[in-house]
Design a protein around this ligand. Structure first.
Ligand code: C2E
Ligand code: CA
Ligand code: CA
Ligand code: CA
Length: 274
């Protein structure tokens, strides 16, 4: 039994070693990808409940030379661990703003910001700089933050959010309902939008509890006069439910997947000659 136990420990250690090595390799490649412009920005449409497009969320993509597309859920945390997210995030922001500034229709563009971008670096300055550089009106930019932003240095984050808002940028609370303290954050900052997490929407039909939670979030948000975006809307039944409950906006595969902007030229108002 003892030998078996020791064998197990060894097994786990080497497993951990392998994971560690793999992460180091991935980080090395990611750093290179950021430096050599190998990342992509995809855009996913956001719409009112009647289907009218109001904007796009920018989502980063990494097409690794041998691994293919690595999911952001894998490389964003890696980039956050060592500060690489600051340059990566700035790059996404610049690309998204540059792209949006070129659209014939003045649609909004939403960009995700990592908590690490709030803790380090000069976020306000770099956003301001990017807006000047690209010529995008600040009122067309929305930043999406999760509660992680407010968990670290709360005062610093709050000050920064207020300054961004003063520039005319809108602030959306992302993944609402998944964290521990979503409710208390609503009290601390006047968010312009709440995004109900995809998990509640995907469970709508199967679990009655999810429908009740979605109703409760909507009624709370409406009492606070904050518009709500439902994430991950995939079916017409979900759309109908949300529309009936007076949800303002939706995003999800029902409207469109995250794609290179070329796929959405008609939505941004570019008329393509056949
Ligand atoms: P998120 O901000 O909550 O983004 C929404 C995620 O849901 C995206 O996954 C999107 O592709 C996916 N999604 C949208 N509609 C549907 C649907 O109808 N069904 C399903 N099953 N999924 C849907 P993605 O692009 O893989 O991104 C995952 C997460 O990675 C994002 O979650 C965000 O937290 C992070 N992320 C992505 N891009 C960036 C970025 O540029 N900066 C930062 N800091 N984080 C990013
Ligand atoms: Ca988001
Ligand atoms: Ca989200
Ligand atoms: Ca999420």
């Amino acid at each position: 039994a003892k030998r078996e136990g020791r064998g197990r420990v060894c097994f786990f250690e080497s497993e951990m070693d392998r994971e560690l090595r793999d992460r180091r390799l991935l980080l090395h490649d990611l750093r290179q990808a950021v430096e050599q412009n190998q990342l992509l920005v995809y855009f996913q449409p956001q719409a009112r409940m009647d289907g009218e497009i109001i904007g796009f969320e920018a989502l980063v993509r990494w097409n690794h030379p041998t691994r293919g597309f690595v999911p952001p859920d894998q490389f964003i945390p890696l980039a956050e661990e060592n500060g690489l997210i600051i340059r990566l995030g700035e790059w996404v922001l610049r690309e998204a703003c540059r792209e949006a500034a070129s659209w014939p229709r003045p649609l909004q563009v939403a960009v995700n910001l990592s908590p690490v971008q709030f803790q380090a670096g000069d976020l306000e300055r770099s956003i301001h700089q990017i807006l000047l550089e690209t010529g995008l009106a600040p009122t067309r930019l929305e930043v999406e933050i999760t509660e992680g932003v407010l968990i670290g240095d709360f005062t610093r984050a709050l000050t920064l959010l207020r300054r961004l808002k003063a520039l005319g940028i809108r602030i959306a609370m992302d993944d609402f309902g998944t964290g521990y303290s979503s409710l208390s954050y609503l009290q601390s900052f006047p968010f312009d939008k709440i995004k109900i997490d995809r998990s509640f929407i995907s469970d709508l039909e199967a679990t009655p509890q999810s429908a009740e939670i979605v109703r409760a979030v909507l009624s709370l948000a409406h009492a606070l006069k904050i518009p709500v975006v439902a994430e991950g809307v995939e079916t017409e039944a979900q759309r109908v439910f949300l529309a009936r409950e007076a949800c303002e906006e939706m995003q999800g595969y029902l409207i469109g997947r995250p794609e290179p902007i070329e796929r959405y030229l008609d939505l941004i108002g570019v008329t393509v000659e056949q």
